[in-house]
Design a protein around this ligand. Structure first.
Ligand code: GLN
Length: 237
């Protein structure tokens, strides 16, 4: 159990939504907090368990269609995530987890399935599977470097007026209309795997800042070299 003073990173439903190493997002947040002397702990919430309302940063990952539907049902019934976000907690939702946050998403046969309505988005089946590297230039309001990662999804996502696009696609598909992901308040949705926060440490720091305030800088030289190599490879095609 986490101690009272720790930054609580809540990893939702590792038993249902944990494809492509998205759990690494929790490890990156924990490690970048600890490197700054911030005590941080990761709480794993399995789908049979209630979602705690006292977390600081909530994470939810990608998954197959069937577990995605189950996760949406359970989150809606549980209500803990809604209450946590209403009190100002931060969240990163990836791929299936991103789609779940909207009003609807496409099920196994493309049928519309109810999401949990935490973001003003609606997803459905796209014309073909989006697979490959994704690079995108982040909305100026967030002041972050170019995002990199990979995507693997059938869904496309329409953004309503209650959210802003997270980034403009430079390479890849993202939401399917030239933009990638979205954000509203302290909630970020994205199609990026990688894990997203390992490939984009500045995004990890944005979530940490929302949860814990100003952060001391870290030496990300090696990270930045790897990021640049990846971006050069993707954007030179
Ligand atoms: N099942 C969803 C889709 O195909 C999400 C996939 C994923 O999380 N990788 O769009």
């Amino acid at each position: 159990m986490p101690s009272d003073s720790a930054l609580r990173i809540v990893w939702i439903y590792p038993d249902l939504l944990s494809t492509y190493g998205d759990q690494g997002n929790a490890l990156v947040l924990e490690s970048r907090a600890r490197l700054r002397g911030i005590n941080a702990e990761v709480v794993h919430v399995r789908s049979a368990d209630p979602v705690p309302e006292t977390g600081d940063i909530y994470l939810i990952g990608g998954g197959e269609d069937r577990p995605q539907i189950l996760a949406a049902e359970r989150l809606r019934r549980d209500g803990g995530l809604h209450r946590a976000i209403a009190r100002g907690a931060a969240m990163l939702a990836v791929c299936a987890g991103y789609q779940i946050m909207g009003s609807t998403f496409g099920g196994e046969e493309g049928q519309p399935v109810d999401g949990i309505g935490l973001l003003d988005i609606a997803s459905s089946r796209g014309p073909s599977r989006a697979v490959g590297e994704l690079a995108a230039e982040v909305d100026a309001g967030l002041n972050l470097p170019t995002l990199t990662g990979f995507e693997n999804h059938m869904g496309i996502t329409h953004l309503g007026p209650g959210v802003k696009p997270l980034a403009k696609v430079l390479s890849g598909i993202g939401n399917g209309n030239g933009f990638e992901g979205c954000y509203a308040g302290h909630v970020v949705g994205t199609y990026l795997h990688g894990p997203a926060l390992a490939r984009n440490p500045a995004l990890a720091d944005l979530l940490l800042t929302w949860a814990a305030g100003d952060l001391a800088p870290l030496d990300d030289t090696r990270y930045n070299q790897l990021r640049q190599e990846r971006l050069d490879a993707v954007l030179s095609h």
